[in-house]
Design a binder for this molecule. Structure first.
Ligand code: 13P
Length: 251
């Protein structure tokens, strides 16, 4: 069976002290689980803490992820972080196109696609986030929206499509405590899988994560769906006990 992947997105939370305590608790919890425990685990941390968390997760099951990356290689882009910088800190994954980036920072499908390409070229796996707003769901636009968002990336990356991770995060479920039902999530994941299957014969190997109020109580049911290969976890990833339970549900 394909290994699942659980990614914690810390968003703009944390401090040196809180990060150290959280990672220590996660490492303790993971050490207590079977040594060959299965799923992949990563944490997407705020950029200033990459060096700290790189050192903390060294030698553990926890991989390091960035929450964003510049579409540009280098130069006069104040405030941005390049793929080469991320590589220097051992970053394995980067989120691209999180709905909060699309919503608050005007990231378009084209920008998201350029970021995904840039990450892939540097050997960093982009976790491409897609998802509809509540208004889009209510007007029956869900399928069109997620397909449009994914199509931009699939078109840009060509045969590298198999290197992507895709995360379906319905905007209305993010931070609201209102999770998509397993059936609602599976329905969209099946649409995304079919879209990927039109681009590659290896669509089954591409990890499709669900995100949006995933927690210790609902993770197992969501992860049991045939096209849900993992989770992208926000709030619950900040609490070691909750995040460990989600990981345990995926192991
Ligand atoms: P919550 O788990 O807090 O709803 O956040 C989901 C998310 O946006 C992860 O990227």
């Amino acid at each position: 069976m394909k290994k699942k992947l659980i990614v914690g997105n810390w968003k703009m939370n944390g401090s040196l002290a809180a990060n150290a305590a959280l990672i220590a608790a996660l490492k303790d919890g993971l050490a207590a689980q079977a040594a060959d425990a299965g799923c992949g685990v990563a944490v997407a941390v705020p950029a200033p803490y990459l060096a700290q968390v790189q050192a903390l997760v060294e030698g553990s099951r926890i991989a390091l992820a960035s929450q964003d990356v510049s579409q540009h290689a280098v130069g006069a882009y104040t405030g941005e972080t390049s793929v080469e910088m991320l590589r220097e800190f051992g970053v394995r994954y980067t989120l691209v196109g999180h709905s909060e980036r699309r919503q608050y920072h005007g990231e378009t499908d084209a920008v998201v696609a350029a970021k995904a390409q840039r990450a892939l070229a540097a050997g960093i796996t982009p976790i491409v986030c897609v998802g509809e707003t509540l208004a889009e769901r209510e007007t029956g636009e869900t399928e069109n929206v997620v397909k449009r968002q994914l199509a931009a990336v699939v078109h840009a990356v060509g045969h590298c499509v198999t290197e992507l991770v895709v995360a379906y995060e319905p905007v209305w479920a993010i931070g609201t405590g209102r999770t998509a039902t397993p059936e609602q999530a599976q329905e969209v994941h099946a649409v995304l899988r079919a879209q990927l299957a039109a681009a590659t014969t290896h669509a089954q190997d591409i990890a499709l994560l669900y995100g949006g109020s995933m927690n210790a109580a609902n993770a197992a049911q969501l992860l049991a769906q045939p096209d849900i290969d993992g989770g992208l976890v926000g709030g619950a990833a900040l609490k070691a006990a909750d995040f460990l339970q989600i990981i345990a549900a995926a192991d």
